[in-house]
Design a protein around this ligand. Structure first.
Ligand code: CP
Length: 312
């Protein structure tokens, strides 16, 4: 498959991509690594302007898109707060997108509301890339998660992948499950009952022949896991702070916990972490979350290059 077929495409959900398309982007991301590290240089997107609209806080996604754009020779228009735009004066998202679209060649957007990125595609002629919308979807995170699993384990098929933490509100795990349904994997969901994977996602998995193991007890399943994908319990998405307090700090991966795991288990986390992964495992060969965060650059370079018609 040729990555040039992505020119002008929107990427709102990982479900917008086929498995072949995902693999094509991951292969292109592999080729981007020396450029992402600054070992090779390219100006393939010279003259292109990318609008980075972040209406919700972000460190990794915003800065890695920015770094990816710079590494490809593109320019960035950066908005990091809704309050700094005319949305604060009552302008609609639709009008904002129409304006921004005329100032740039591609729009990257994070927004607190589910469906915002899909809405933006209706008003933009340029490609729109969803950088996270509410609890719904985070497709570029998913691409870099798949890239990290593939690079660290040499494959995705055949793995036992355990998702731990906030599976109810976590958009990264919702997108990742959608993507993993393209592969032959075993899935395990570990969460407090109140934060388990939404029933519609579990039902969809079962309808497609998957039989996820569902538990609140990490100790019961850690020994079988090839990948531990840990997530933060997201205080900001709880309607009631008292409900957050009941589940905060439920899981913690530390050296003691890893004694129960396979010696080659990889520990991933989309970050930011709070206290669910102890810093005492940061320097172990199992810890892959900082490598995972770096992988955001080659993966987002691949996507920007592909949708904007770059050549590598
Ligand atoms: N993983 C992730 O989306 O991190 P940020 O919220 O810092 O972008």
């Amino acid at each position: 498959m040729d990555y040039r077929q992505f020119i002008g495409r929107n990427v709102v959900s990982i479900k917008d991509l086929t498995k072949d398309e995902v693999e094509c982007l991951l292969d292109l991301a592999e080729r981007m690594i020396p450029y992402a590290k600054g070992e090779k240089r390219t100006k393939t997107l010279d003259g292109k302007i990318i609008a980075n609209l972040f209406f919700e806080p972000s460190t990794r996604t915003r800065l890695s898109f920015e770094s990816a754009a710079h590494r490809l020779g593109a320019q960035i228009l950066d908005v990091s707060q809704m309050s700094a735009t005319s949305i604060a004066k009552g302008e609609t998202l639709a009008d904002t997108i129409r304006m921004v679209d005329s100032y740039c060649d591609a729009i990257v957007m994070r927004h607190p509301y589910e469906g915002a990125a899909r809405l933006a595609t209706k008003y933009a002629k340029s490609p729109v890339i969803n950088a996270g919308d509410g609890a719904a979807s985070h497709p570029t995170q998913t691409l870099l998660d798949l890239f990290t699993i593939r690079n660290c384990k040499g494959k995705i098929d055949g793995l036992n992948i355990t998702l731990v933490g906030d599976l109810k509100y976590g958009r990264t795990v919702h997108s990742l499950v959608d993507a993993l349904m393209m592969y032959d994997v075993k899935l395990t969901f570990v969460a407090p009952d109140s934060l388990q994977m939404p029933a519609d996602i579990v039902e969809n998995l079962r309808n497609h022949g998957y039989d996820p193991r569902i538990t609140s007890d990490l100790g019961e399943v850690i020994k079988d896991s090839d990948v531990l994908y840990v997530t933060r319990i997201q205080k900001e998405r709880f309607p009631d702070p008292a409900e957050y307090k009941k589940v905060a700090g439920t899981y913690r991966i530390d050296k003691l916990a890893l004694l129960e795991a396979k010696s080659d288990v990889i520990v991933m986390h989309p970050l930011p972490r709070v206290d669910e992964i102890s810093t005492d495992i940061d320097d172990t060969p199992n810890a892959k979350y900082f490598e995972q965060a770096f992988n955001g650059i080659p993966v987002r370079m691949a996507l920007l290059c592909a949708v904007l018609g770059g050549e590598i």
